[in-house]
Design a binder for this molecule. Structure first.
Ligand code: AHG
Ligand code: MN
Ligand code: MN
Length: 339
């Protein structure tokens, strides 16, 4: 008998079946995200062909305006999610305000926050980019459009988070939270289906890799300098220093570290006193995934998922990955150790 192939849809349906009260709306929502991911994947794959296919910076062969890929990804996500009757409001990194559901479509109970294309500055060099998403249940009353209040929930309230990585293959990784596992699906280009390839991903407790933009060294607090200096020294247990890997595309950096064991850090600095990464579009969903895989995510002092967001585009320092290493950087930041 041939091997059982588990598609993303089947996986979600089987998970939903564990909840007798489930209406199927969550399944619909995830299918819409998966469809958007396939479109974005297709377009990122031919990003380098724009000029060769006769498309200029302004218009393509069909006379349509060629959008920058992050704008395309943004519109694709919105168009995929606004009409299914599962969502009451969205917000994303590319839009200043919340994104309402158009009047002609029914409202649902879910709130979707996303970064349509993370790492987009890397696209021209053919480096992996990704889409990050985060799903909550609304806190405002049903039957009315969702509000900014629905979008500003602490990350611990997420009902699902995931990312899609457009790399040497396209993968969708998602979790419905602690105890439900983190599952990775690889897009089979011939079937056009996401197939379960990485069930129940667990991040190693101890990191082998650190990922940081070290050009910011001079702008860091002394405690961060001490920590990074420390991890570059030879570790007595392993006989070598930690390995450095930094793509500059958080989805890709965190994805690799999730599989191999690693810590990704984007600390606050004198250049960016609040940090660079965005709490609700980047830090929270990745923190929800990494925690569900047995890792940890912190702003240096507090658990990321416990922070109550105050505004949509709030930034946060981020330390995320293998549990022991995130705990260690917290100790440096607290001044409990300097080496
Ligand atoms: P985005 O492309 O969505 O704006 O995010 C870029 C982020 C993140 O992906 C990455 O880890 C970080 O910016 C890289 O920043 P530096 O170039 O400062 O290292
Ligand atoms: Mn981003
Ligand atoms: Mn982005």
């Amino acid at each position: 008998m041939s091997k059982k192939i588990i598609t993303l849809t089947r996986h979600i349906i089987e998970e939903q079946r564990k909840f007798p009260e489930a209406t199927g709306k969550f399944t619909d929502l995830m299918n819409d995200i998966a469809f958007a991911a396939k479109l974005i994947s297709y377009h990122t794959n031919k990003a380098g062909l724009m000029d060769i296919l006769g498309e200029t910076a302004e218009t393509n062969v069909q006379g349509e305006v060629v959008k920058k890929l992050d704008a395309f990804a943004n519109e694709t996500m919105i168009n995929a999610l606004d009409h299914g009757g599962h969502t009451c409001v969205m917000a994303c990194e590319e839009e200043e305000d919340i994104i309402p559901i158009p009047d002609q479509y029914p409202l649902g109970k879910y709130v979707v926050l996303f970064d349509p294309l993370d790492g987009s500055s890397n696209i021209d060099a053919n480096v992996s980019v990704g889409t990050i998403f985060s799903i909550y249940t609304r806190v405002t009353p049903d039957g009315r459009p969702g509000t900014v209040e629905d979008c500003l929930q602490p990350g611990v309230k997420q009902v699902c988070a995931g990312y899609v990585i457009y790399g040497s293959s396209t993968m969708l990784v998602y979790t419905t939270g602690n105890g439900h596992g983190v599952h990775g699906f690889t897009l089979d280009p011939s079937y056009g289906e996401f197939i379960l390839s990485h069930p129940n991903i667990q991040i190693p407790k101890k990191a082998k890799i650190y990922s940081v933009n070290e050009s910011n060294f001079d702008f860091w607090d002394q405690s961060i300098k001490n920590y990074v200096h420390y991890i570059k020294q030879i570790d007595k247990a392993t006989g070598r220093p930690m390995n450095s890997r930094y793509i500059g595309s958080m989805v890709s950096d965190v994805h690799r570290n999730l599989l191999y064991g690693g810590i990704f850090l984007y600390p606050a600095s004198s250049k960016a006193p609040q940090g660079k990464l965005r709490l609700i579009y980047e830090a929270n969903p990745m923190a929800f995934i990494v925690e569900a895989a047995g890792g940890k995510a912190s702003d240096g002092k507090n658990r990321i998922l416990d922070i109550k967001p105050e505004k949509l585009h709030q930034r946060v320092p981020l330390f995320i990955g293998s549990e022991e290493d995130v705990t260690m950087v917290e100790e440096f930041i607290a001044g409990k150790r300097t080496k």
